[in-house]
Design a protein. Structure first.
Lengths: 109, 115
């Protein structure tokens, strides 16, 4: 079967750095997405990785290792507005999106 | 601004009373998706349209139907809602076939409550 694993919940402090991990086992791989979802709202696109390495976009960075089936999302200089769920999703060999259940990130002052 | 619009944002219905949720897009994307998302769970794909081609997920109950009368609009019909169908329903679009990532653009969602 296909599986995406993320921690259910994480807590971090305002101004700090947090790393949210995602491991996957899928039939094939055609890219990995990170989406942010605030409570009661729709997911919004954060990043896309298809090659190994780190993609940096402002305070957010996303890393991919295809050989390890592993990605992480790194959030720097955390702000209260970063409190949200972060969803990892992998595109499989049939170009279907396989979603993780999301990591709820709680930011404390 | 180009966007994906869902109506209604909140829908309350009675057990067994049919419901229709709508989605419109101004992005001219060729693919439209309907997802069901329950609290703290991954979005679950119900079906998607690639242009006019309808693709039903194998485990989508028959109680759920969809229509896409044109490129811009898509509807989700729940024929006889049960308590287990209470969820957020997300419409998304993408432009598949181009180069680069097939990024999904989501609407704000329709939250369904079944009494």
């Amino acid at each position: 079967g296909q599986n995406i694993d993320q921690p259910t919940e994480m807590t971090a402090t305002e101004g700090a750095i947090v790393q949210i991990n995602c491991t996957y086992q899928t039939s094939g791989f055609n890219g990995l997405f990170w989406y942010q979802q605030h409570a009661g709202e729709a997911p919004t696109f954060l990043s896309y990785n298809v090659l190994d390495g780190l993609e940096e976009k402002g305070r957010f960075s996303s890393f991919l290792s295809r050989s390890k089936g592993y990605s992480y999302l790194l959030l720097k200089e955390l702000q209260m507005k970063d409190s949200a769920s972060y969803l990892c999703a992998v595109v499989d060999s049939n170009y279907q999106l396989i979603w993780g259940a999301g990591t709820k990130l709680i930011i404390k002052p | 601004d180009a966007m994906v619009i869902q109506n209604p944002r909140y829908q309350v219905t009675q057990f067994g009373k049919p419901v229709t949720l709508s989605c419109s897009q101004t992005l001219n994307h060729n693919v439209m998706y309907w997802y069901q998302q329950k609290s703290s769970q991954a979005p679950k794909l119900l079906f998607h349209y690639y242009d006019k081609d309808f693709n039903n997920e194998a485990d989508t109950p028959d109680n759920f139907q969809s229509r896409r009368p044109n490129t811009s609009f898509c509807f989700l019909d729940i024929r006889s809602p049960g308590l287990g169908d209470a969820a957020m329903y997300l419409c998304a679009t993408s432009s598949f076939g181009g180069s680069g990532a097939n990024v999904l653009t989501f609407g704000a969602g329709s939250r369904l409550t079944v009494l």
